[in-house]
Design a protein around this ligand. Structure first.
Ligand code: ZN
Length: 291
């Protein structure tokens, strides 16, 4: 890819991510409150002034307005800016990942790589929504978790069909179905493993150890990226969750031994993201420990 095209695609990826995240902000705020995401149009919660299109440009508007409503100067939460930046950065990172990928594996056709990038962008969007809703309300909406499972299985079906066409074989072969089987195995493994953790945790602590939403979310991780990523995500999310739990205890001076309820969904997403971007590096690092 030449430098000009690369720059255009990079900017496009960041802008797309920031715009979609701007919409995700609306979803994160309204869906858990049972409000419609289409009406009423965006307005200031304090003075009800409608937000005009030029006040609604992701990232830039927040910075230009110094995080205040243009009408009443009520502060607009930096949460909005954070989500928009996160969307932009992650969409850009996904583009850079597949751009590097296409030079390492030139046999992958461009349109398949574009489809893979789209799957990542959709999943990143779902994870942003799920994480922030889970932080605020301690729940994971079905459209995030079940949506991820459906996305993973649809990608498996699609990849199997492409595999069959590219193999140009009229003979039925099971190997063509490998991507679909990988999706289904990942779904069953992710769901089953976390269900077991939840079951054992609930027995051990004599209270609900985690929500079913987390179990569904891990099913989605498996359906999208297969069983090895489920294991990686489980390990990383436990590490991230523990660090956050300890940090919370230190900040809030919560006595050890008392139960601190922290949402697990965001850490599953963080673990999954780390595996998506650094899975191979982590795997080689881990294997090198035993040399
Ligand atoms: Zn206002």
């Amino acid at each position: 890819m030449d430098a000009g095209l690369f720059t255009i695609f990079s900017l496009f990826s960041f802008a797309t991510g920031a715009c979609i995240a701007s919409f995700l902000n609306v979803v994160i705020w309204r869906v858990p409150r049972g409000e419609s995401i289409s009406s009423p149009p965006s307005h200031c919660p304090k003075c009800d002034a409608p937000i005009r299109w030029w006040q609604n440009v992701p990232v830039l508007s927040w910075l230009a307005l110094h995080g205040k409503c243009a009408g009443c100067k009520a502060p607009i939460s930096p949460h909005y800016l954070l989500v928009e930046l996160l969307g932009g950065v992650l969409f850009l990172a996904a583009f850079l990942h597949f751009e590097a990928f296409s030079t390492i594996y030139p046999e992958w056709s461009d349109w398949i790589i574009v489809c893979e990038l789209l799957v990542w962008w959709i999943w990143i969007s779902l994870m942003i929504v799920g994480s922030f809703i889970d932080f605020d309300h301690k729940l994971l909406p079905d459209f995030v978790t079940v949506g991820g499972m459906v996305l993973g299985c649809a990608r498996g079906v699609f990849a199997s069909i492409v595999g069959m066409i590219e193999a140009k074989s009229s003979v039925f072969s099971l190997s063509a179905f490998a991507p679909l089987l990988m999706s289904l195995a990942g779904l069953a493994f992710g769901f089953g493993l976390l269900w077991l953790v939840r079951f054992l945790g609930t027995k051990a602590f004599k209270r609900e150890a985690m929500g079913m939403g987390d179990v569904f979310l891990m099913g989605a991780v498996g359906a999208l990226f297969g069983p090895p990523t489920v294991l990686g995500t489980l390990i990383l999310s436990s590490v991230f969750g523990s660090i956050a739990g300890i940090a919370l205890m230190l900040v809030d001076r919560i006595r050890p031994g008392r139960f601190v309820e922290i949402p697990y969904g965001p850490y599953i997403c963080l673990g999954c993201l780390t595996c998506m971007f650094y899975g191979n590096e982590l795997y080689s690092w881990y294997m090198n420990l035993f040399r």
